[in-house]
Ligand binder design. Structure first.
Ligand code: EPU
Length: 421
């Protein structure tokens, strides 16, 4: 089993470039099902999850090829299968995103569903509610969901989401682009990844307005055409490097960023005393020789503090003098890193969705396990500030979502080794 050996030590410093966003590219790849013509996507990160989506599209009869560094060409003209197998879907929950485009284009989709995942139950009731509002007939069984569109096609309607789910907003938007009439998604997710998807769909000929606000209007069109698009930079990777500078008390220039997308992290780091400045080429983060203080965080849908950065931020808070409260409101089980951080000498107590961090600890190395992608990133950050050599297992989680992780961290001075024992 592959592991990381992470040696602590010096503050990280230097420049690093952020890749295209994992959580943007997966819906973009699913959306490429829609036009039945070639689409090109640039700045695609080479990640395990991208490989899974590639395999799913290929299993449908499409062709997906790397045509140069970070460029993916997707041709879904030939669509022979509308069923996403359990084997593929169980490798990545975001596979559900093929459902909306398949329904819109083919009027039928079947997607096998894995059980609950480690960070929470992650139901898909809001996706189903949206498809049904547009007229689809949906049968949700224990291990699969099957839907078809009655004769006459999908018909636009208003869909109110009980909570602003990112995936449901994306799926409903993709289902609605070819529907008859106009769809409104209310209480929609406002994440930058939604805006990126809407821009891609509009380039194909869709008519979507309001993406990035809580109400998205989609006027159905008769057909879509192939197009090219560049993925937005990964705001979660950006934030991970911001925290790498903060936790190692280093300084990093982070390139290829959209500063607006990381505003909540910038605000919180500044509250703690870390310098975050706009530079010509990106974002400059400096925590060298600073007196840092604790702060509280509460995760919320965008533009609130992202749940995906809750665990990396908690690693940092464990090292800062003072007490902090961290409240997780998006997923019900996203504190699995706490036990591991405590094994490294942190002092964190959880009470339901709240974690109380008594900071100011010098972390110690330990054998720890990455329980999910962001927990893994949090533990790497903790290890980079800890004394001794930390052994981190289950690192495939990290490789699912961070491109050239080791290489980038090494380039700013981290001592990380990947072993295969
Ligand atoms: N929810 C429902 N019903 C639904 C859908 C969601 O109750 O039908 C609940 C979820 O259980 C959760 C909350 O709504 O409690 C938010 O879930 P959402 O649907 O917004 O999340 P997602 O689309 O499944 C995406 C990212 C996650 C990120 C969340 C929140 C992708 C591929 N994944 O998931 O990213 O944490 O939005 O921002 O876009 C990660 O990158 O590590 C990751 C988990």
């Amino acid at each position: 089993m592959a592991k990381f050996l992470i040696q602590s030590g010096k503050p990280l410093s230097g420049e690093v470039e952020v890749s295209g966003a994992k959580n943007a590219v997966l819906p973009l790849m699913a959306a490429a099902i829609l036009p039945g013509e070639k689409c090109k996507i640039r700045d695609v990160p080479d990640l395990l999850d991208v490989g899974v989506m590639k395999d799913i599209l290929t299993s449908f009869g499409g062709t997906v090829e790397w045509i140069g560094d970070g460029k993916l060409e997707i041709d879904m003209e030939n669509l022979t299968c509308k069923e996403a197998s359990y084997e593929l879907v169980s490798r990545m929950r975001a596979s559900i995103l093929v459902m909306g485009p398949l329904l819109a284009r083919e009027g039928y989709a079947k997607v096998y569903m894995p059980g609950g995942c480690t960070i929470g139950a992650r139901p898909i009731d809001l996706h189903i509610k949206g498809f049904e509002a547009l007229g689809a007939k949906v049968a949700a069984e224990d291990n699969y969901i099957e839907a078809y569109v009655p004769e006459g096609g999908l018909v636009g309607d208003s869909v109110y989401l009980d909570s602003p789910s990112v995936g449901a907003t994306e799926n409903i938007m993709m289902a609605a682009v070819l529907a008859n009439g106009t769809t409104y998604i209310e209480n929609a997710a406002e994440e930058p990844e939604i805006v990126d998807l809407a821009n891609f769909l509009n380039r194909m000929g869709a008519r979507i307005k309001g993406a990035g606000t809580d109400t998205i209007k989609i006027e159905g069109v008769k057909e879509l055409h192939g197009t090219a698009h560049t993925v937005i930079p990964d705001r979660i990777e950006t934030a991970t490097f911001m925290l790498a500078a903060a936790i190692t008390r280093g300084e990093i220039l982070i390139k290829n960023v959209v500063p607006d997308h990381v505003k909540p992290i910038t605000a919180k780091l500044k509250e703690c005393g870390v310098t975050v400045e706009l530079a010509d080429e990106g974002l400059y983060v400096n925590a060298m020789d600073k007196k840092l203080v604790a702060t509280d965080i509460k995760t919320l849908p965008y533009p609130g503090f992202p749940t995906d950065i809750q665990s990396p931020f908690m690693s940092f808070l464990a090292t800062v003098e003072g007490a902090s409260t961290v409240i997780e409101t998006v997923f019900e089980n996203r504190f699995m890193h706490v036990a591991e951080l405590n094994r490294m000498g942190a002092n964190i107590k959880t009470e339901g969705s709240k974690a109380l961090v008594s900071g100011g600890k010098t972390l110690e190395s330990a054998r720890v396990v990455a329980t999910d992608l962001r927990a893994g990133a949090a533990l790497v950050l903790a290890a980079l500030s800890a004394k001794g050599t930390t052994e981190l297992s289950e690192i495939y989680h990290i490789e699912r979502g961070y491109e050239r992780f080791i290489e980038k961290f090494r380039s700013i001075g981290a001592n990380i080794l990947r072993t295969e024992d």
